[in-house]
Design a protein around this ligand. Sequence first.
Ligand code: PLP
Length: 396
Amino acid sequence: MKTAAGELNPPVRLLCGTGPTNPDPRVLRAMAAPVLGQFDPAFTAIMNDVVDLGRIVFRTGNPRTFSISGTGRAAMEAALVSLIEPGDRVLVGNCGRFGDLLVDIATRYGAQVDQVTAEWGQVIHPGAIEAALARQPAKIVAMVHGETSTGIWQPLEEIGRICRERDALLVVDAVVTLGGVPVEVDAWDIDLAFAGTQKCLGCPSGMGPITYNDRAERALAARRRPVTSNYFDLTQLQRYWGPERLNHHTLPTSMTYALREALRLVVEEGLEARFLRHRRAGDALKAGLTAMGLELFGDPAHRLPQITAVKIPNGVEDEAARLRLLEEFGIEIATSFGPLRGRVWRIGLMGYNAELPAVLAVLNGLEHVLRSSGVGVPRGMGVEAARASYLTNFRT
Ligand SMILES: *Cc1c(COP(=O)(O)O)cnc(C)c1O
């Protein structure tokens, strides 16, 4: 019988929004590998590879390094629901939409939430965290490492030290940063970090890598009541991923293959080389946008390489311009939320896309779209400036 739904044939896009990014073709090939049962020794060996590779990428010796089956937000839920008991105090450093999300989730699980806030586009000052903990101790301090909503890169080293001194657990959202800029779990005294797969790891969305240390594990073991969520209960999941192989949910086989291949690609490239590649691409994009006369958004000292926030020129209609870029050039970039909606675009160069061709394609497409919206963008200058930046920057 003929179905109304035709054969699946989605268009090929250049995904330069805030995720998903275009997965590495090798990751997509890994997903086509045969499905295995979750307790098949051939599959548990693959799970062990995810653990070992995850430790290298998170830069940690934590034995409890594995993946939540779900997107980055699922890993965030797992972290918070497992650590929080109703009434616990949680301090959130909040300067964007993902800070808001930490507040929302912690509140839903019954925490008493305090916040240290900064304006969108700025970072949180470690001194403000220290002062807040001096006023009111907290069990958990939750921070966003890369605030995707604003393109801002939060320094964490000092906050880790402060949390140790004040006996708080530091929980870090590294969803947009893992695989793109250093995430030093052990060196920065991060007690728990989680990530996602569709950003700088260059994978489709669907897994949430997570790691936590003995301090976090002791907090889990000291719970008075079981974790409110069964699916996201880290005390069970760590036994599923460990040698005990406690029966829990059916691990998404193909996504596990994808994550393994993505992590393997990061380790094969080398972390430093990969970070440099993201910096080089991000710098080139920023140079190109500036040469086109556009203004970048946010604190210049703390801009993420992999997410560039740029102000939308006056007179340009956000949605219509992005639709033209998508339909005529096949390129996706992202709008913004909250106070930045309609004012700022966010352009991502993550994982597989952190390369010169993607930079030039975005700048070329934007130039044409802006010119046809009546903005006086000089012809070819964005592309030229980006090429010049890319070819000289970090050359060895
Ligand atoms: C994308 C993102 C998330 C949410 O991840 P999903 O995979 O969309 O659930 C959380 N935090 C940050 C910083 C992100 O960039």
